[in-house]
Ligand binder design. Structure first.
Ligand SMILES: [Zn+2]
Ligand SMILES: [Zn+2]
Length: 156
């Protein structure tokens, strides 16, 4: 579950950090960011409310919250870090065509790390589970395209 904005703000206060208007704004935008926006997209949304806010401030604030363990910054291979307001472990379904991202619960019985990692003395700190493919809408579209091509008269 995403962490409410009030708890994000409290986290800064609890660490003796100032509650700046920028941090306050970003916390409320993060709470509403159910679509895994890129850091740049979140910056654009912030600029609509506060035109002077810099991308650097957005990055810094997001990194701090990720370090607190309250949000996740996920590299989904779509070109930029995605902001995920839900810090609890879950998998992502990523559409290759439209880039949409769907949250998916992780298999509860999936081991947190392969046994070999432990044998190697490797300490696993986080796990990203990404399934790539096509969302229902895009799969439908490409199926329609294929049948259209078929109608035209086959392939060489
Ligand atoms: Zn899609
Ligand atoms: Zn997610």
């Amino acid at each position: 579950m995403p962490v409410p904005a009030t708890d994000l703000i409290t986290a800064f206060r609890a660490r003796g950090m100032k509650i700046t208007p920028q941090r306050q704004l970003l916390c409320s935008l993060i709470e509403e960011a159910h679509d895994h926006p890129t850091v740049e997209t979140l910056h654009l949304r912030a600029m609509q409310k506060m035109p002077t806010i810099s991308l650097k401030t957005v990055y810094t604030t997001l990194t701090e919250l990720a370090e607190f363990g309250l949000i996740r910054l996920v590299p989904l291979g779509t070109g930029s870090l995605r902001v995920d307001p839900d810090p609890t472990p879950h998998a992502h379904l990523v559409c290759r065509d439209c880039g949409s991202i769907i949250d998916q619960p992780l298999e509860p019985n999936l081991a947190p790390a392969p046994a070999q990692a432990e044998d190697l003395g490797f300490i696993v700190e986080e796990r990203d589970v990404i399934y790539r493919g096509r969302c229902a809408a895009c799969a439908k579209k490409s199926a329609a395209q294929i049948s259209e091509e078929g109608d035209v008269g086959g392939h060489a």
